[in-house]
Design a protein around this ligand. Structure first.
Ligand code: COA
Length: 329
């Protein structure tokens, strides 16, 4: 039996960082940011005592409530993040503790901006295998914790946020997560999109802090080119493999990195803008949060009907990318 999404939820912190705010901090301007990225503002979790697990916990509580599940009925929690609260324990274990899911096991997945896609694909296997009745999948990042707000090439792009879903066996055949294609290319990512400090290669020292190694480093132009090609290719591949024409697709749910990358993917698929969810203007790039946040917004708007065909696509550091086809049950 395929895995179906039976609940969606999201959490965006209240703090807002607008392009105008960034104008006061950096040599940039609202027009440049909107034209090059489509972003107008992003959310920031300003409380230093709260991080990714806090946002994941908010999502997890809503998911249980929406689905009418008790915390002790949950069997597995997977959290996709590249900004875990700590290197260990996993953020998934912290979320488990927040909601008191004492019978669940829990682990993290790190595939950067493709984290939620990798986690959704992994989670669906536990349902398909019949070994688990339910899995909670959360994607979220406190990007503001690894952004250098003196670097205009990255500070404008990212925001904080989290989203998630519950997966259970689909009620009938032919619904749920029907196909997934995942890719990694380790040659592409290590020079162009990375955080050098804080891992076992460059543990924190005064020098690594002085050298700003604990922040995101990115060659935006290189990443842009790879993202456009990879997301468009995998979207086209998902369509071909499942005999989907652009008319068959109800929603393209793309990773929200940059409006130009989103539009290029939609164009390659021949999909009208009206069938593409985009909230990058309001939230920027929340990394593992973007796709579940989009799903939750579509769901709350009542835009997901039984039989709706969704194509989810992502691209991120690694490089990692992938596409998933879901028929809403
Ligand atoms: C970062 C990104 C918006 C930059 O846009 P771009 O069109 O590639 O711009 P470039 O980097 O070529 O820079 C063009 C010019 O704008 C300048 N510039 C860069 N950032 C700027 C900013 N925030 N404000 C104003 N000017 C800026 C550059 O210095 C450059 O000036 P120059 O021509 O005098 O050298 C774009 O490359 C991008 O979105 N890349 C993908 C990033 C991404 O999504 N990463 C997450 C992975 S999923």
């Amino acid at each position: 039996m395929n895995a179906a999404i039976t609940a969606t939820a999201r959490y965006l912190p209240e703090g807002v960082l607008t392009n105008k705010d960034l104008e006061r901090m950096l040599d940039t301007n609202d027009e440049w940011i909107r034209t090059r990225t489509g972003i107008s503002e992003r959310r920031i979790l300003r409380d230093p005592a709260k991080a990714t697990a806090f946002m994941g916990g908010k999502v997890a509580k809503q998911l249980l409530e929406k689905r009418g599940l008790r915390a002790d009925e949950l069997e597995l929690i997977i959290v996709a993040t590249m900004t875990p609260d700590m290197l260990f324990p996993s953020t998934a274990c912290l979320v488990q503790d927040i909601i008191g899911a004492k019978n669940a096991w829990a682990f993290d997945i790190n595939a950067a901006c493709s984290g939620f896609m990798y986690a959704l694909n992994t989670a669906s296997k536990f349902i398909e295998a019949g070994t688990h009745k339910n899995v909670m999948v959360i994607g979220g990042d406190k990007m503001s914790s690894i952004i250098d707000y003196t670097d205009r090439s990255t500070a404008i792009l990212f925001g904080d946020g989290a989203g998630g879903v519950i997966l259970e066996a689909a009620g009938s055949e032919g619904y749920g997560v029907l196909d997934a294609r995942m890719y990694s290319d380790g040659t592409g990512g290590k020079d162009h999109l990375l955080m050098k400090g804080g891992g076992s290669l460059n543990p924190a020292t005064h020098e690594t802090v002085d050298q700003h190694l604990h922040y995101i480093h990115q060659d935006g132009r290189m990443v842009f080119k790879s993202a456009v090609t990879s997301m468009a290719d995998v979207a086209a591949e998902i369509m071909e493999r499942n005999n989907l024409t652009s008319d068959d697709i109800s929603w393209l749910v793309p990773h929200q990195a940059n409006q130009r990358i989103i539009s290029a993917t939609a164009e390659r698929m021949g999909i009208d803008d009206s069938k593409v969810i985009s909230n990058v203007a309001r939230y920027g790039n929340t990394t593992a949060g973007t796709i579940p946040i989009c799903l939750s917004e579509l769901d709350d708007r009542g835009d997901l009907m039984r039989g709706s065909n969704l194509v989810l696509v992502s691209f991120g550091a690694g490089y990692t990318w992938g596409g998933i086809y879901v028929k809403w049950q």
